[in-house]
Design a protein. Structure first.
Length: 452
């Protein structure tokens, strides 16, 4: 079973209270709060989404005592606390440190690691990624070089089922019957190596990325168009592998090979396995590994009230998923029978057929000044029968928190909403619907059931 990494003492802050050096991006963290319209925001990185009951309780207490009482799940299995007083940072840091959630102040924003949430629980996959998760986090926090990683850089640990392999991480370790597969970026070329060498190879690749990015000339100050359609100002540097130009990506792959060979790590270049199509865990009981059972729970719009969080925290250790869900682990047979009804009564999703399945949204108004609409309320008004494709509502063109893979993209624009079918890097012809709730709901439902 995935286990939370044991934490070392939090390094002391400098006498003037300065934050650790940043990599130049503005991603919030646990020690760097972001000012929003509804107060300050903290983003707590939780590698693999793994929380003990004690850690989950500490987060809930912090949300209730320092914030607005709610906990927001992100598309990387992390937690955001909102409505914080801007001066609450030191107290929040102390709470997280005592709970073992801040093993390194210098690395807290770079601990972006997602893992197959059902690994070791349902008998699927080729391996349990728990040892990888602990070792990857230990290596990240033990490297001075990785403090330069952006808060957006993402590592994925896939147990072979293909779920988090589809999330477009910068580095992906995939369990395979022959060992481990390392993928750098989103291409199909992978390196096969012993499973025990997977974490060290991932750290090697992360450090190689930083050196390659440093050696790559920046475009001119007009910025450049990224593969996801956004324009990134040149001064922001290269935060992710996909930000690098093509020749730099090739240089990165060659550098990873050179460093692994120099470190004596045996490897072979192979083709990436055909994606299995696995995605978010189905909501409901999880069995199949011969021991205690688990429960996969959906969270409407990824937002948990204090009561909902307390119910989950009291039920058992948690795994937060990149699909804004929660897996409650370590359940006995009796608890597995009673818990789904209790959580469903509290407004959570514990089985198939919920109209909230596959529906996501950014914070929107009134929490975000850039948003053009209260997209969470609009998403709620437009819920209906479960669609074939997930849908994500965004209040502006930034589309914060949008998913990867295939989904229906609904973006608020002046006078209405733009609806598009996104599949990887390809976006279909958009349809714009005016400010008519009924027409918007119908258009979104039709788009979610598209077969093209």
């Amino acid at each position: 079973m995935l286990a939370a990494m044991s934490a070392s003492p939090l390094p002391p802050r400098s006498p003037d209270g300065a934050q650790p050096p940043s990599s130049g991006d503005a991603c919030p963290g646990a020690l760097r709060l972001h000012r929003a319209d509804d107060g300050a925001l903290a983003r707590i990185r939780i590698p693999g989404g793994v929380l003990t009951s004690r850690q989950a309780t500490a987060l809930g207490d912090a949300a209730g005592r320092l914030g607005d009482g709610e906990l927001h799940l992100t598309s990387r299995g992390n937690v955001q606390l909102r409505g914080l007083d801007p001066g609450s940072g030191p107290e929040l840091a102390g709470v997280l440190d005592r709970a073992g959630l801040l093993p390194s102040a210098r690395h807290e924003r770079v601990r972006n690691v997602v893992a197959s949430p059902l690994s070791g629980l349902d008998g699927r996959g080729t391996m349990d990624v728990a040892p990888w998760l602990d070792e990857v986090d230990r290596l990240l926090c033990g490297s001075d070089r990785t403090t330069a990683l952006s808060g957006r850089f993402l590592l994925a640990l896939d147990d072979g089922r293909g779920d988090v392999d589809a999330l477009g991480a910068d580095l992906t370790l995939i369990g395979h019957h022959t060992g481990a597969l390392l993928r750098v970026g989103d291409g199909d070329a992978v390196l096969r190596l012993p499973a025990s060498e997977g974490p060290r190879a991932a750290l090697t690749a992360a450090e190689a990325f930083l050196d390659t990015a440093d050696a790559t000339p920046r475009p001119d100050e007009t910025g450049e168009r990224r593969s996801d359609g956004e324009t990134r100002p040149a001064r922001d540097g290269f935060w992710r592998v996909r930000d690098l130009p093509g020749d730099a990506v090739d240089a990165l792959h060659a550098e990873v090979v050179r460093r692994l060979r120099g470190a004596g790590v045996p490897f072979a270049a192979v083709s990436r396995p055909r994606p299995s199509g696995a995605g978010a865990p189905a909501h409901g009981p999880v069995t199949g590994n011969g021991g205690a059972a688990s429960l996969s729970v959906g969270v409407p719009l990824g937002r948990l009230s204090r009561d909902q969080w307390e119910r989950l925290s009291a039920a058992g250790p948690l795994r937060l998923t990149p699909w804004r869900g929660v897996v409650v682990t370590g359940l006995g047979a009796g608890r597995l029978r009673s818990l789904p009804g209790e959580l469903a009564a509290a407004g959570l999703i514990t089985g198939p057929g919920s109209p909230w399945s596959g529906v996501g949204a950014c914070i929107g108004r009134p929490g975000c000044a850039k948003s053009l609409a209260d997209v969470r309320a609009q998403a709620a008004a437009a819920t209906g029968p479960v669609g074939r494709l997930p849908v994500y509502w965004s209040g502006c063109e930034r589309r914060c928190g949008r998913p990867s893979g295939e989904w229906i993209d609904v973006v608020a624009v002046p006078g209405g909403h733009r609806i598009s079918h996104v599949r990887g890097d390809t976006t279909g012809r958009p349809v714009t619907v005016g400010d008519d709730p009924a027409a918007l709901a119908a258009a979104v439902a039709a788009a979610r059931d598209t077969r093209t």
